[in-house]
Design a protein around this ligand. Structure first.
Ligand SMILES: Nc1ncnc2c1ncn2[C@@H]1O[C@H](COP(=O)(O)OP(=O)(O)OP(=O)(O)O)[C@@H](O)[C@H]1O
Ligand SMILES: [Mg+2]
Length: 263
């Protein structure tokens, strides 16, 4: 038992789709300022678990609490209002607006209560002077494209914008489902570079299909397989776990321990 505050706690959560148990009695704790990852093969249940944490699905069994409060039955919006932020999907960015206008909207929507038209007007006037927005554009390397419309951004730039918009509202926890999917190597490095700047003062949970890129970056790694958590620890510990070697890497552990070479 360590002394760090719990940000998210899932207690024996289960989610079924018809006869299929996508998430099976999963218990998981994410601590404050922890940078943690969940990996697993196709269909392991990662996205379903992510959707349970963020409120897009209700569990069939089990409970989810957030900063000590039971949020099991709360809507995604209620969780967002409490500081649980997942990356904006592309549909939540305004494609015909510039990068800086999108950041302005995210910022003022979170910090001021007003209608959309008022918001846009305020945004245009205030964004240039808003230090938080300028600083975020610096951090996320978006200065060069600040006036570009979102529809003309590369996928990597859009991803950076989405994460920037999420971080701009000072979330207590940032949840990212496959933030690196579909990106070129240089874009991956640039996103990881940005996320690294938040390590130690931001709670982050990343769900990834592939491990290679996030391995060095994560403080903790959890491996899911067929709806269950099969290993949890440092990346090194989790990857050494026999069941992970068998299920995730599909290494023949028995043959290996008998000294037989495996592919
Ligand atoms: N809405 C749904 N309706 C029916 N079955 C679903 C639904 N969502 C997921 N599943 C099933 O639940 C299981 C877990 O899926 P999930 O998307 O959570 O896996 P994943 O670990 O995110 O996989 P991937 O690495 O491919 O993203 C799979 O067998 C999937 O087919
Ligand atoms: Mg998934």
């Amino acid at each position: 038992m360590d002394g760090r505050a719990e940000t998210i706690r899932a207690d024996k959560v289960t989610k079924r789709f018809g006869g299929l148990t996508a998430v099976d009695q999963v218990s998981y704790v994410l601590h404050e300022n922890e940078v943690a990852g969940i990996i697993g093969s196709n269909g392991a249940g990662k996205t379903t678990f992510f959707n349970l944490l963020t409120g897009y699905y209700l569990p069939d069994e089990g409970t989810i609490s957030y900063c000590g409060e039971d949020v099991t039955r709360m809507t995604p919006q209620q969780r967002v209002a409490r500081g649980m932020m997942r990356t904006f999907q592309l549909t939540s960015t305004f494609d015909n607006l510039s990068v800086v206008d999108n950041l302005g909207l995210a910022y003022f929507r979170a910090h001021k209560k007003s209608g959309l038209m008022q918001l846009l007007f305020n945004t245009r006037k205030s964004q240039r002077n808003e230090p938080k927005i300028v600083q975020t554009m610096d951090t996320f390397d978006l200065q060069d494209v600040r006036d570009r419309e979102v529809k003309n951004l590369s996928l990597g730039e859009k991803r950076r914008l989405e994460i920037a918009m999420a971080i701009l509202v000072d979330p207590k926890v940032l949840l990212l489902d496959e933030p690196l999917a579909g990106l070129a190597e240089s874009e991956i490095q640039s996103i990881l570079g940005v996320l690294r700047k938040h390590v130690g003062h931001q709670t982050i949970l990343i769900v990834e299909h592939k491990l290679s890129h996030v391995q060095d970056f994560l403080q903790r790694l959890t491996v899911m397989h067929e709806g269950r958590i099969i290993a949890d620890g440092t990346a090194e510990e989790a990857l050494r776990h026999p069941e992970v070697r068998r299920s995730y890497w599909q290494i023949d552990v028995t043959a290996e321990s008998a000294g037989v070479a495996t592919p």
